[in-house]
Structure formats: structure tokens, C-alpha cells
Design a protein around this ligand. Structure first.
Ligand code: CAO
Length: 438
């Protein structure tokens, strides 16, 4: 026969008028002996009140913020006759440091694997073990003993997903969190967590979820940004003659709908540059001790679509003519915008071009598309006065079409001098299109 019992605050020592900070049960919940009912917190300790009975919660008699003492009724519970009864378990209390101790710095890297720079380029973004966000830590759903354990290890409970009942954080979850932080290099970026801000307090807002492409791109960019030491080399190419040639080509093809943009020339110029500088057509292997030099030339092109940024790869561009490349650029960017690219269309790139020339800008710092080791950013070509010397000491300003280039590269693989040589070579090829034939 079921019996309804009052469950009261047990003996909690000298504490009186202790605040209820969390209620872990609701009417209708079936609970077992020792399941936590409420969390209490005084200025000296946090404690959980476990259930002395198994059964079904009928009513909850307290609210968050109430002050309770020994003997105050917390809940009423329908206890089944057969249900086991614990001998009034004591509150599971853990001291609550008044001034939270700072999280210890993560231990230094020990494994050789973790110490290898290249390996990190292929790992997911590091998990940060500290510092602890006190607000999140306080709100986390965990028992005092788990809180204490997390404090000892410097784990931020606010950032741990609980695998226990009602997503309660267990000791195993804390252990797994720390393990992940250590295996990600142990070097966690020691930055303060981003504060949670309610922007609606400043004015009207709208929440719009990121697209799947946004989220995936964000993960890759973040990983590459933090694991690849970037340098960006800026340069300017004189494309005056190239532009004249491009216009004449487009005039020839005006009836067949072909449009050749500077991008097709840039792809062909990159083919020559990669042949001249094979280190740019390489990737670090996962040990970080070897360069994988590629004997093929596939070039990725960043395409801006309403869903986000995608990078289809044009294959074997060294074996294609300028016109073939121009045609493929049209089909591939249409495919990207129609969301018809398959994962294999976006794999195997040796280097990427990010062209913002159709939009504007004078320079930017693109993020290397690792495991590639370089990315060429292209801004808008502009007419500029260039001083041309005649060889006899005299000279004059001449209007020339100047194309700004921004080459970001992985400094572990490419030295600054080679970065500058690479863009100088590109300039030479772009300013004299005959060189594209070489
Ligand atoms: N300087 C001056 N004009 C340029 C130029 C440059 N560097 N690059 C392109 N143009 C011109 C083109 O000639 C074209 O002019 P017309 O309409 O008169 O022919 C116009 O700008 C538009 O070009 P386009 O953008 O359609 O074509 P494209 O071949 O240059 O580029 C593509 C194709 C798919 C790369 C481009 O459309 C695109 O998506 N760019 C954005 C890439 C991006 O978002 N990168 C950022 C990555 S990092 O976040």
C-alpha cells in the first residue's frame, strides 16, 4: 500500500536558515533512495539533500531562494511499501570556498606527439581547461563532491555536459573533460570565456542560427587560425597588358557566352608559381616531421554563396588551357551557388585563391586552408600612377592597372624570403602573360 510521507531537512549540523539554491525534483518524478532532492548553500558550505526514500514526488514544498533549517518539509512523497528506505542519509556537503581559487594552469605538454607542431595543425581546436567562469560553475548541475573534485582539477563545470540523470555532471564527466583538454595539447588557450550578454537590453534583436556551412567553415577557420603561424605577404602586380588581352579574349567569345575574369589568369599564374616553388605545393604530414610534396596541381577557389563560403577544387589545372579554366570557373561557381557541390568536389586542393576583386578592397589577410600551406588573396585592380624610368635617369608617371595580392602562408613551411619571392614571381608572370605559356 502506498503511503504519502513528508521528507524534511535532515540534521545539517549547526546550519540554520540555509538558502535553497536548486530544486532537482518535480511532482510526478520517480526517485530512488539517495537521489538528490535540493541543493542548499550557506556562506560556508554547499550541500545536497538526498532522498531517504524511494517513490514518487507528490508536492514540492519549497522554492528557490527559500531559507530552510532542520525539520522543514521539502517535499511529500508517495512511498511504496516495498521500497527500500535508507537510514536518514546525511546531507552531502562540500565546503564552498568564499573566494574561489584560480584554476591551475594546465600541465605542460609531455607527449612527443603533442609537442609536434604539425600534429596540432591536424587536431581539432584545443579544449580550454581554465580559467573558470564562476557564474557558470555555480549554476552547473553537480553534487558538492563533484564540485570539489572539479575545483581540485581546475575544470570549469559550466563547460561540461553532464551524462548523469537530468544531465547531472558526474566525476567521470569531469575526468573526460580534463583528459580531452590534456590530449588536445594541454596548451589550452588561457583566455577568459566570452561573457553571456543579453543584447536585448540595449535594443531590439533577432536570433538567426548559423547555417550548416557557416558552422563547419567556422570550425575549420578557427582550427587553422590558432594552429597555423600565419604571415601575409602583400604585393602589387601590373596587369595592364593582361587586362587588354582579357578584354580582347572576351570580345572574341562574346557570342558563346564565355567570360574570362582575372581569376582564370591567376589560376594559370599559380600553376607556374607552384612549379617554380614546390614547397608551396606541399603539406606537413601528421607527425610534423615530413613535407608531402604533391606532383599534381589542384587549386581551390573560395566561392561566396548565400549559405556561406565554400571552396570547390579545380583539378589538374596544369593540364587545362586558360579558356578551359575560365569555363570551369563558371560551372563550378554556379554549382556552388545552387548547392550542388559534393564533398569530393571540395577535396584535394593544393593551394586556395580567395578573390574579392569583384567586390573591392585594397588588401586583406586570408586564413590558410590547412593542410594546404598557402592561400592567395586577391583584391580589386585599380588604375594607379606608376613611375617608369627610361634608363637615362629620366622618367614619368604612367597610368597602370595594379592588382593587389595578399599571400598568407604557413611560416613553419615557408620562410619570409620565399613568400616574397613567390609573389614577385607571380607579378612577373601576370605582367607578361606570355610567361603563362612557359
Ligand atoms: N579587380 C577588378 N575587377 C575584378 C577583379 C579584380 N581583382 N576580380 C573580378 N573582377 C571583376 C570581374 O572582371 C567582373 O567584372 P565584369 O562583370 O565586368 O566582367 C566582376 O568583377 C565580377 O567578377 P566575379 O566575382 O563574378 O568573377 P570572378 O571570376 O572574379 O570570381 C568567384 C568568381 C566565384 C570567386 C566570386 O564570384 C566570389 O565568390 N568571390 C568571393 C570569394 C570570397 O568570399 N572570398 C573570401 C574568402 S575569406 O572569407
Amino acid at each position: 500500500m502506498a503511503e504519502v510521507k513528508d521528507i524534511a531537512v535532515p540534521d545539517i549540523g549547526d546550519f540554520k536558515g540555509v538558502e535553497v539554491i536548486e530544486i532537482m525534483v518535480s511532482p510526478g518524478d520517480t526517485i530512488s533512495v539517495e537521489d538528490p532532492l535540493v541543493s542548499l548553500e550557506s556562506d560556508k558550505a554547499a550541500m545536497e539533500i538526498p532522498s531517504p526514500e524511494a517513490g514518487v514526488v507528490k508536492t514540492v514544498k519549497v522554492s528557490k531562494g527559500d531559507k530552510v533549517s532542520q525539520g522543514d518539509i521539502l517535499i511529500t512523497m508517495e512511498v511504496s511499501a516495498a521500497a527500500p528506505t535508507a537510514e536518514a542519509p546525511a546531507a552531502d556537503a562540500a565546503p564552498l570556498p568564499k573566494t574561489p581559487e584560480p584554476a591551475p594552469a594546465p600541465p605542460p605538454e609531455r607527449s612527443t606527439e603533442a609537442a609536434r607542431p604539425a600534429a596540432s595543425a591536424h587536431r581539432p581546436p584545443p579544449v580550454v581547461a581554465g580559467p573558470v567562469d564562476e557564474n557558470g560553475f555555480r549554476k552547473a548541475h553537480a553534487s558538492p563532491s563533484v564540485r570539489k573534485f572539479a575545483r581540485e582539477l581546475g575544470a570549469d563545470l559550466g563547460r561540461i555536459d553532464g551524462s548523469g540523470p537530468k544531465r547531472r555532471i558526474l566525476k567521470e564527466d569531469v575526468r573526460a573533460f580534463i583528459k580531452k583538454a590534456l590530449s588536445s595539447g594541454g596548451s589550452g588557450l588561457d583566455v577568459a570565456p566570452m561573457p553571456e550578454i543579453d543584447f536585448s537590453q540595449f535594443g531590439p534583436i533577432e536570433i538567426r542560427p548559423l547555417t550548416k556551412i557557416n558552422r563547419l567553415t567556422g570550425q575549420f577557420l578557427h582550427r587553422n587560425w590558432v594552429t597555423v603561424p600565419h604571415v601575409t605577404q602583400f604585393d602589387e602586380a601590373d596587369v595592364t597588358e593582361l587586362e587588354q588581352f582579357r578584354k580582347s579574349l572576351n570580345a572574341e567569345h562574346k557570342n558563346d557566352g564565355l567570360r574570362v575574369t582575372i581569376l582564370a589568369f591567376l589560376i594559370k599564374a599559380l600553376v607556374s608559381a607552384l612549379k617554380e616553388f614546390p614547397r608551396f605545393n606541399a603539406s606537413l604530414d601528421t607527425t610534423g616531421e615530413n613535407l608531402v610534396l604533391k606532383k599534381y596541381i589542384h587549386i581551390g577557389v573560395a566561392v561566396d554563396t548565400p549559405e556561406g563560403l565554400v571552396v570547390p577544387v579545380l583539378r589538374d589545372v596544369d593540364r587545362k588551357s586558360l579558356i578551359e579554366v575560365a569555363k570551369e570557373l563558371i560551372t563550378v561557381s554556379e554549382k556552388a551557388r545552387d548547392r550542388k557541390l559534393t564533398p569530393s568536389d571540395m577535396q584535394g586542393g593544393c593551394i586556395t585563391i580567395s578573390s574579392l576583386g569583384g567586390i573591392g578592397g585594397t588588401a586583406f589577410t586570408p586564413i590558410v586552408n590547412a593542410p594546404e600551406v598557402a592561400i592567395l588573396g586577391v583584391s580589386r585592380a585599380q588604375m594607379k600612377p606608376v613611375y617608369i624610368t627610361n634608363g637615362d635617369g629620366s622618367g614619368e608617371f604612367v597610368p597602370r592597372l595594379i592588382l593587389p595580392l595578399s599571400l598568407s602562408y604557413d611560416h613553419r613551411v615557408i620562410d619570409g624570403a620565399d613568400g616574397a619571392r613567390f609573389t614577385a614571381f607571380l607579378n612577373k608572370v601576370l605582367s607578361d602573360t606570355r610567361r603563362l605559356l612557359l
